[in-house]
Write a protein that binds this ligand. Sequence first.
Ligand code: MN
Length: 220
Amino acid sequence: MGKKDELRTYREKRRFDRTGEPRGEHAADGEAPPGEADGPAAFVVQIHDASTVHFDFRLEVDGVLKSWAVPKGPSADPRDKRLAIPTEDHPLEYLGFEGVIPEGEYGGGTVIVWDHGTYRPVSHDRRRRPVPFDRALADGHAVFELHGRKLHGRYALTRFRGGAGDGLSGEKPLWLLVRTGTGHGNAGTPDPRRARSARSGRTLRQVTESPDAPRWNPGG
Ligand code: MN
């Protein structure tokens, strides 16, 4: 499946004459998207003040951002199991999205980049052989090491309900995002309404009240 198809759901949900969110045009016209070099893959965690405030966790995989809504956000405490609900693939340009999605549009509300950085896949099979990351995700268990401004260390995403080969049940897949191993550091997750953007230092409220709020700022 081409990247154009992978982003079809993303595009169908949005009206780009109304929202400042990126269309993901690089993927559509076959150009290499930004960041899709041989370097490490990117991740972003956004805080999204939609109908309920939640975190969106996104990992760059094969030219798109695989995405999960994480209601409580990632925790650095290995005892916390955080529900992660898959959402549609997003374009790579969404790594830089911070702004206001207009009221009445899909996902209407303010978005800030809470954390961003790179990650390294570390999934292995029982014989300790590395597993390609897309296959690990398809199999429902992917382990990776985050190198962000706030999040550091090893995390796992594990599907515990539904799945690729589970179309008959009609159950929506659900995952858990868990810090693995012996981690410490900035335990827990800050109050999303007080948290500050890793890009701009701004809170949700400051972005909402900013005159240039509905802007997509891919560069800085
Ligand atoms: Mn969201």
